[in-house]
Each structure stands twice: as C-alpha cells, then as structure tokens.
Design a binder for this molecule. Structure first.
Ligand code: ZN
Length: 183
C-alpha cells in the first residue's frame, strides 16, 4: 500500500499533466476545415425553369463541378453565354439565406448578363446600369418565397457585403460584391 502522501503526490502530478495536455492541445483542435459546415445553395431560375440545389463549398474549397452547374444556371439565358460567378457572391447568398432563416430557394430573376444583353436591357429600363456588375458575374437579382421583399433587403443590408438595390415594382432585390452601397 502506498502512503497517503504518495497517493496525493501522484494525484497532483496527474492533474498537472492533464492541465498541460489541455493547454497544449488548443492549437491542435483549432477548427480543421472538415468541422466547418458545407455551404449549400438552392436556386430556382424563373426565366428558364431550371432548379439547382448543390453543395458548392466543402472541406475548405469550392467544388469545381458544383461551380460549373451554378455558372450554367446563372448564365445569360438570352444568349446561353456563361461567365464564372464570383465565389464571394455565393458566400454572400449563403449568409443571406442564413439570416432569412428560410428553406426556400432563391428565385433568380437575373444572374450573369453579357454586355450585349445588358446594353439591350439598359435601353428598355431605367433600372439597368451601363457598367452593371452583372456583366462580371458579381451580381444577382433575387427574391425568396415566403419572405417579404423589404425583409430580404434589410437582411442583405445587414451583411454589409456589397451593393443592395431595391426594386419593389419588379419584385426583386439586387445584391452584388462591389462596394457597400444601397439604392
Ligand atoms: Zn441587378
């Protein structure tokens, strides 16, 4: 039988060792990418009728296959021209969707616009800028079923992640990854 003193000393050393381990293990458990949740987007393109629900980011990287599908869904549907969509725009939408606490898809009114399409639209409506960020895959016009348009706008503004345009008569909100601004 060990003496009482010996037991206490061993217990003390055990506690000290546990403390050291806990201290030294902090960097090792600092959020590996696999612990970050996958990023998922759900789109319903109102012009083409195409729907897409896909994980586009997982384990610290954007998934090329998913990005290709998104680029296609958000193409210039008038000309079928494709342009890479800014990954930051996708992350903006992911964050927006989280704020809206919705299970519904983003209804897409306009994603990428070719320069020809944008110029054509600019002659038809006041709401289309000559140098629109839609032409760089940095902008999207959306609405969300079950969420009031004003609420979508407010949620987008709260992100302070880029431009937010409000088009209540056309029933959509424009978001982009340009400077933080609003109209
Ligand atoms: Zn727009």
């Amino acid at each position: 039988m060990p003496s009482g003193e010996g037991v206490n000393r061993r217990r003390f050393l055990g506690i000290a060792a546990a403390g050291l381990l806990a201290g030294s293990s902090v960097p090792a458990i600092a959020a590996p990418f696999s612990l970050a949740p996958p990023r998922l987007l759900n789109f319903d393109n109102l012009h083409t009728g195409e729907k897409l629900k896909t994980v586009y980011w997982e384990d610290g990287r954007y998934l090329p296959e998913a990005m290709r599908h998104i680029n296609w869904l958000l193409r210039d549907f008038r000309t079928d021209q494709i342009h890479p969509i800014d990954p930051r725009l996708l992350d903006l939408l992911t964050n927006l969707h989280a704020r809206l606490d919705s299970r519904q898809p983003f209804e897409v009114i306009s994603g990428y616009r070719s320069p020809e399409t944008n110029a054509m639209l600019a002659t038809l409506t006041d709401g289309v800028a000559q140098n629109s960020l839609h032409m760089q895959g940095m902008a999207i016009d959306i609405r969300v079923p079950g969420r009031h348009l004003g609420y979508v706008r407010a949620a987008a503004l709260s992100l302070r992640a880029g431009g937010v345009g409000y088009y209540p008569h056309s029933d959509f909100v424009h978001v982009d990854t340009g400077r933080v601004r609003t109209w």
